[in-house]
Design a protein around this ligand. Structure first.
Ligand SMILES: *Cc1c(COP(=O)(O)O)cnc(C)c1O
Length: 397
């Protein structure tokens, strides 16, 4: 066997994540490793926590990255907050609501499922009805930005309903963080988790998490130990808490944490509001081009996520073949539809560093050319021209 060093191609990642990583972040990751209890590293961790507080817009003391992907952040919320027999209302409008439900079942909670149509946001009225019918419910869980469909739910309203019924709210903000408005304190979110490979444009494998005082209190009042040793926040805060005598729990993913630190420094340099506006701006340019191609969005404009554009595949087009050609001929990755949308939709991501004018224009040019090629009768260059017109009219870059 002649196995040599692995050299990946340079792809443009316009799928549901990961997104492209800025060279500054890759460079930070390549810095020399130091010990995870080195005083220099501990200072970096303190900075990382305050940068995460900024990104989440929270003052929650318990704000830290979990060592694991977004799914580990999800699991951390459920294993720490759910005890056997706790009733948990799970709102499900896509793939990740189903994953939350799986977590409730496995922590032996009693789930109550509120189903919404894929492509629509969570319906506040349905949640309110479910909570009226289940006055013994203790937790509500829902996804802010459903990456499987591109729908954005109204976090502030849903949290307010949960609180009115005496429940704490667990929110999945994996795809929202850094890409669309999120205000953890102002909206009263109790427990939230995210991921690093979506709008933060960092390496995958870390899950920013934040608990407010009510969530910490619920954790402290548990009668049974957290079933997962690795994700037990009581133990993890021994390593992450401010001023704590940092004790070994597990070896932190040191170089990945350098990368997250740099990605968050870049987010702060840009400014959170500017990052949100940038995602929206390029989404509108992409939309102008896609509409020229006769491509329709899955989600109503009022609930559309700028960073995840789920669109219907035009009739008679082999969606997998188009994605394959985008990858082979343009080095461009877009996502397939999932679940109810499998075979019917594409998911075009505009996340973090990937969300730029150059990438929007490339994507439109590539789609336009392939769709003309397969005989859709579209004028060549029309999509790119529409986006360029949008940019000109908005004075945008
Ligand atoms: C990507 C994603 C996750 C899971 O994150 P992983 O890093 O893949 O484990 C969870 N929820 C949502 C909404 C996501 O988009």
């Amino acid at each position: 066997m002649n196995i040599q060093s692995f050299t990946p191609p340079n792809r443009i990642l316009m799928g549901p994540g990961p997104s492209n990583i800025h060279p500054r972040v890759l460079k930070a990751m390549g810095a020399p490793i130091i010990g995870h209890l080195d005083p220099v590293f501990i200072d970096m961790m303190d900075e990382l926590k305050s940068l995460l507080q900024y990104a989440f817009q929270t003052r929650n003391a318990l704000t830290m990255p979990i060592s694991g992907p977004g799914s580990a952040g999800m699991e951390a919320c459920f294993v720490n907050l759910v005890q056997p027999d706790d009733k948990v209302v799970v709102c499900r409008n896509g793939v990740f609501g189903s994953r939350m439900l799986e977590n409730v079942t496995r922590t032996r909670g009693r789930p109550v499922v509120v189903d919404d149509t894929w492509g629509e946001p969570v319906d506040p009225q349905k949640l309110d009805d479910a909570l009226k019918a289940n006055p013994d419910a203790q937790l509500v869980a829902f996804v802010h930005a459903e990456t499987s469909t591109g729908a954005c739910s109204d976090v502030a309203t849903l949290v307010e309903i949960a609180h009115r019924h005496g429940c704490l709210a667990i929110v999945d903000s994996v795809t929202a963080l850094g890409g669309s408005p999120l205000k953890v304190d102002e909206w009263g979110v109790d427990a939230i988790y995210s991921g690093t490979q979506k709008c933060l444009s960092c390496v995958p494998g870390l899950a920013p998490l934040s608990f407010n005082e009510a969530a910490v209190e619920r954790l402290k009042k548990r009668s049974e130990p957290v079933q997962s040793w690795f994700l037990d926040l009581n133990l993890l805060v021994g390593y992450w808490a401010a001023g704590a005598k940092r004790a070994y729990h597990h070896t932190a993913p040191i170089n990945s944490l350098y990368a997250l630190h740099e990605a968050l420094v870049m987010l702060r340099e840009e400014g959170l509001e500017n990052a949100w506006a940038r995602h929206r701006h390029h989404h509108l340019a992409l939309k102008a081009g896609l509409e020229t191609l006769g491509i329709r969005f899955v989600v109503d404009a009022a609930y559309r996520l700028p960073q995840l554009n789920a669109v219907y595949v035009p009739d008679g087009v082999d969606e997998a073949l188009v994605r394959q050609r985008l990858l082979n001929e343009f080095n461009l990755e877009i996502g397939a539809g999932l679940g109810a949308l499998a075979g019917k939709a594409w998911r075009i991501g505009l996340m973090g560093h990937t969300c730029s004018k150059d990438n929007v224009l490339l994507c439109l040019r590539a789609l336009n050319s392939i769709l003309s090629d397969v005989g859709l009768g579209i004028q060549s260059g029309a999509a790119e021209a529409a986006a360029r017109t949008y940019y000109r009219q908005t004075n945008g870059n």
